[in-house]
Design a protein around this ligand. Structure first.
Ligand code: 2HA
Ligand code: ZN
Length: 278
């Protein structure tokens, strides 16, 4: 199976898992990753895939992803172990022609199933594929401590999280100009949270799951990991600021954001600017 392990997308996938682990975002089996494989990447590997596995229910429907292949982390697997033994911890799956079932074509040696968050991953892929003309291919879920901490002290509103995080580092509005969406606490791992998440993924590349973690989406592994990293770093600064003093003495103003948007040619939603100066 050397060729599958040497494919660039597999190497990039494994590297992201390892980097997330090194950041401390993946305690035990926390977090998961999926990649929508290009047909040019799957073609040369087809002879090495096993198409005899049984079809299993995804737990939701993703008709616009019918027949596509995804590389995914395994349920209960530890990110920490991915680089040590990719074939035991990740899987290439294929979706059926209805987008209702999947089967494992490679990986999860010794058995197992894809991440418990497969419904959210696939529904987010479906939304992002449509919204970006197929450009976005990565969905990444992690449990970074600072953003989780903030979900206990900030109102669970898109406007509040976006504005607070944007203010923490000048680059933030350039890195995530649409802002961040927030999902109130829900039971993870099923269709319901997948539906709520995918509604927000239509507008945002980053969504916060209250008291749980973050989902990021992007074109490739570097951009998606970089997005997670940037959001969590801004959250870390905000935790420090709030720990040092009850209120900020000064911060970026709405006009500062408008000037930045003009200089860097990004669209910032006025919803996050108007009346938000404190
Ligand atoms: O263990 O993070 O949300 C995987 C998870 C579930
Ligand atoms: Zn999680």
């Amino acid at each position: 199976m050397k060729d599958i392990l040497n494919a660039d997308f597999v190497k990039g996938f494994v590297r992201l898992c390892d980097n997330g682990w090194k950041q401390g975002w993946h305690e035990r089996n926390g977090g998961n990753l999926s990649y929508r494989v290009k047909s040019s990447e799957i073609e040369p590997l087809k002879g090495m895939l096993d198409h005899s596995g049984e079809w299993r229910d995804i737990g939701t429907e993703v008709p616009d992803l019918a027949g596509e292949y995804f590389l995914v982390t395994g349920s209960g697997r530890f990110m920490q172990n991915t680089a040590l033994d990719p074939e035991a911890n990740i899987a290439l799956i294929e979706l059926d022609e209805a987008g209702k079932n999947y089967r494992v074509c490679w990986g999860l040696r010794g058995g197992g199933v894809p991440t418990s968050e497969l419904p959210t991953h696939l529904m987010n892929h479906q939304v992002k594929k449509a919204a970006t003309n197929g450009k976005y291919r990565v969905i990444y879920h992690a449990h970074p401590a600072n953003i989780i901490a903030l979900t206990f002290v900030l109102p669970l509103k898109d406007e509040v999280f976006t504005r607070e995080l944007w203010e923490m580092m000048t680059e933030c509005p350039i890195v995530f100009p649409q802002g961040v969406g927030v999902v109130e606490w829900m039971v993870p791992g099923g269709r319901e949270i997948a539906v709520e998440s995918s509604k927000l993924m239509k507008k945002f590349d980053v969504i916060v799951w209250a008291h749980h973690g973050l989902f990021c989406s992007g074109e490739d592994f570097d951009l998606t990991f970089g997005l997670m990293h940037t959001v969590e770093k801004a959250a870390k600064i905000l935790v420090k600021v709030r720990s040092m003093a009850p209120a900020k003495l000064q911060s970026m103003t709405s006009q500062n954001f408008r000037d930045l948007a003009l200089a860097y040619n990004v669209d910032l939603d006025e919803r996050f600017l108007d009346g938000a100066d404190s």
